[in-house]
Design a protein around this ligand. Structure first.
Ligand code: URA
Length: 230
């Protein structure tokens, strides 16, 4: 929300008051005086008026988790353990998942309370590639490379998938880079060739690589430089 809107939403201030407070240099955001009401503030911003604290700001939190198969990418589930159950953190209900994985898929999952940041990470507009290691039942042939690069038509959604890059590693293993996240997308793409995916593991989301030190089910906070990459 804009800072002038935040100020005029306070019960004792009008829009005109907000302009005066800002022009008088009486408002600070994260410790710095701000005179421009168009500045965006968020729930993470610390906002002060003179000596009064208007909003304390919440710490933004970012985690990477190595999701094991059999754990649901959801915050609540009636039957299965969820990825939030794997986190030993306070106020877990404030966190959400950036880019879900199917029940049987393993690998990199991002969990955060920063919605703007996670949207940048996952929305197709950002063009960040998500890299999956795929193991299949049948051999993978070079024909797949061209078909995936051209895009596949998904009848149910009435759309053609964005160009995806396939690197064949061996007869039954490949790395696939997607720039979007359609329902069961990898499995459906290989399904086009009647080739069943028997192992699916996400290794990377844009510049964020799954930490190889994380065993399945383990997680760690992102480092400041990793957060800054998105
Ligand atoms: N594609 C799938 O089929 N499953 C996932 O979990 C992610 C991508």
């Amino acid at each position: 929300m804009r800072l002038d809107r935040f100020l005029s939403n306070l019960p004792r201030h009008s829009r005109a008051d907000a302009r005066l407070l800002l022009a008088g240099g009486r408002v600070r955001v994260d410790g710095a005086t701000v005179r421009d009401g168009r500045v965006e503030v968020r729930e993470f911003s610390r906002i002060e008026l003179d000596d009064e604290l208007l909003q304390a700001g919440k710490p933004a939190r970012y985690f990477m988790l190595n999701k094991p198969p059999g754990v649901v990418s959801a915050t609540e589930h009636a039957e299965h353990r969820t990825v939030l159950d794997l986190l030993d953190e306070p106020d877990k209900h404030e966190l959400h998942i950036g880019g879900r994985l199917d029940l049987t898929t393993s690998g990199l999952l991002i969990i955060t309370n920063d919605g703007l940041w996670s949207r940048r990470l996952t929305e197709p507009r950002s063009r960040l590639g998500k890299v999956y290691r795929v193991t299949t039942e049948q051999p993978i042939t070079p024909e797949y490379i061209e078909v995936f690069a051209r895009g596949l038509y998904f009848t149910y959604e009435d759309l053609t998938t964005l160009p995806a890059e396939l690197e064949i590693l061996s007869s039954h293993e490949a790395l696939l880079t997607l720039h979007e996240g359609r329902y069961h997308q990898v499995k459906r793409m290989f399904g086009h060739f009647q080739n069943k995916v028997i192992g699916l593991h996400r290794e990377r989301m844009g510049p964020l690589q799954l930490d190889p030190a994380l065993q399945p089910g383990e997680y760690r906070a992102l480092h400041a430089d990793e957060i800054g990459l998105i």
